[in-house]
Design a protein. Structure first.
Length: 472
């Protein structure tokens, strides 16, 4: 057995006994041979310490139990995107994306096409058994016409379209340099499969380009056949639809190895023209009166109300004060008039979850937002709403403090309705004491440093928001 495999597999029985030397694959499954040939290629090329295997959801998901290499598990269909991240962050690594047909050819089709077109030296092993193996035998993009599956008990009909020929699709792109389809149903095909997999990896070792090997594999369990019958089915049913052979094989010179990216803070800040100079701090400590460790805020209104900008300013203010902060936007389909809300967290040390389903503070710019999110504000929390456009209040939890401030009216009186979100920030500061006034004003000035003429207006809007709360 290749030394690339672990001596014992922890997948079952904690690696003890016979199960410690057995994979989780069904008897006759093609994944076992594909694993074997990939491990042998890694071993023969002497790249074990450089290899990163990416395995997403599907029957390949537990590859990391067997391969003693760097391993990353990706979300369903997203292995190529993760592979690109590994390769660009560490160009000297050998990155192998190992995927099944339900994963790569369905939910991950956009990822594999865009990654292949990029042409970055990555190796993709695509195991095609014409069915969803892990989740119960449902129809796959590669299922044959007439093939019976859990979701097509009468067979795949013509109106569902022909099975997707992925190798031909990838070969038609400009990025890949080597694409081949192989099978496993007899010794001759297995030898070809082993050679193809090794070549696909070797081309990456030589830094030549993107390689793709499609492996027609058996799934006896969901085909309802014996292993030998499944091999015959692949030979007689699959290969006429998915012809074997090389689809593309370009002779190209090795690429120049790109330099690894820099993670030096000063260099990165200089590249994006940001000074490493720390912003002044005005807070005497974390706003623990709102929450001991993590303050959650939600800002909601119509598209164009400025909720997202205000949320970003709060997050920037928190970072200036030395705290961890996150801003997660959620937009409606319209750029103006649609629902828009933002979740903001300010953590003493680290934000563990960026969502704010039960915020300590809600800033509502319109009635639908207040009706939707007001009842979710945590007990003893604070609601700040635009009283110039909201007339009716929903029922709140016990102890919630409710503050109405006419954001829109104040901004209109100042001559620029767009600054109503800055009025809201002033109200937030006065109503919650989340930070000193100067903390938020500094964030506003930073955001407007290229539009200095607007700073006085925004400072005045902020001051009016503060005065409106203090005058209650």
């Amino acid at each position: 057995m290749s030394t690339v495999f672990y001596e014992r597999f922890e997948r079952h029985a904690h690696g003890e006994g016979l199960k410690g030397h057995s994979t989780h694959y069904c008897a006759g499954c093609g994944h076992g041979l594909a694993h074997k040939y990939l491990a042998e290629a890694i071993d023969e090329l002497g790249i074990q310490d450089r290899t990163v295997a990416v395995s997403p959801v599907g029957c390949s998901v537990f590859l990391y139990y067997y391969f003693d290499v760097g391993n990353t598990q990706a979300a369903h269909g997203r292995a190529p995107a993760v592979a690109v991240g590994h390769k660009t962050s560490n160009p000297g690594s050998i990155v192998i994306s190992y995927q099944g047909d339900g994963d790569l050819a369905s939910i991950g089709l956009a990822e594999i096409v865009s990654t292949a077109q990029m042409g970055i030296p990555i190796t993709v092993i695509f195991v095609n058994n014409a069915i969803y193996g892990m989740t119960g035998g449902q129809l796959a993009p590669t299922s044959l016409i007439g093939q019976t599956t859990a979701t097509t008990p009468a067979g795949r009909p013509m109106w569902m379209g022909q099975p997707l020929k992925v190798a031909e699709l990838i070969a038609g792109l400009d990025g890949p340099i080597y694409v081949e389809r192989v099978a496993l149903y007899d010794n001759k095909q297995r030898v070809r499969a082993k050679k193809a997999i090794k070549k696909a990896v070797q081309l990456q070792v030589e830094n030549r380009g993107f390689s793709f090997v499609e492996v027609l594999a058996e799934c006896p369990t969901h085909l309802g056949l014996t292993p030998m019958e499944a091999e015959a089915w692949v030979r007689d049913k699959m290969t006429p639809v998915f012809p074997l052979g090389v689809k593309k094989d370009m002779v190209v010179e090795p690429r120049e190895q790109p330099a690894p990216p820099s993670f030096d803070t000063d260099e990165l800040l200089h590249a994006i023209e940001i000074t490493a100079e720390k912003a002044p701090r005005f807070a005497s400590g974390f706003p623990a009166h709102l929450d001991p460790a993590d303050v959650a805020l939600k800002l909601a209104g119509s598209g164009g109300d400025g909720a997202q900008t205000a949320a970003l300013l709060i997050a920037r203010a928190a970072i200036n004060e030395g705290y961890d902060a996150t801003h997660i936007p959620s937009y409606g389909p319209e750029s103006r008039g649609g629902t828009s809300y933002a979740d903001v967290h300010i953590a003493r040390e680290e934000v563990l979850s960026p969502a704010s389903p039960q915020p300590h503070v809600l800033i509502a710019f319109n009635a639908p937002s207040l009706a939707k999110f007001g009842p979710l504000v945590a007990e003893n929390g604070t609601v700040i709403y635009d009283s110039s456009v909201i007339a009716e209040l929903p029922r709140f939890r016990d102890g919630v403090r409710v503050v109405g401030v006419p954001f829109t009216q104040i901004a209109t009186d100042l001559g620029r309705v767009v600054v109503k979100n800055v009025v809201a920030l002033g109200a937030l500061c006065a109503a919650t004491a989340v930070f000193p006034e100067e903390t938020l004003l500094t964030a506003i000035r930073q955001a407007l440093q290229s539009k200095c003429a607007l700073i006085p207006l925004n400072e005045e809007a902020f001051a009016w928001g503060v005065r409106s709360v203090k005058g209650h």
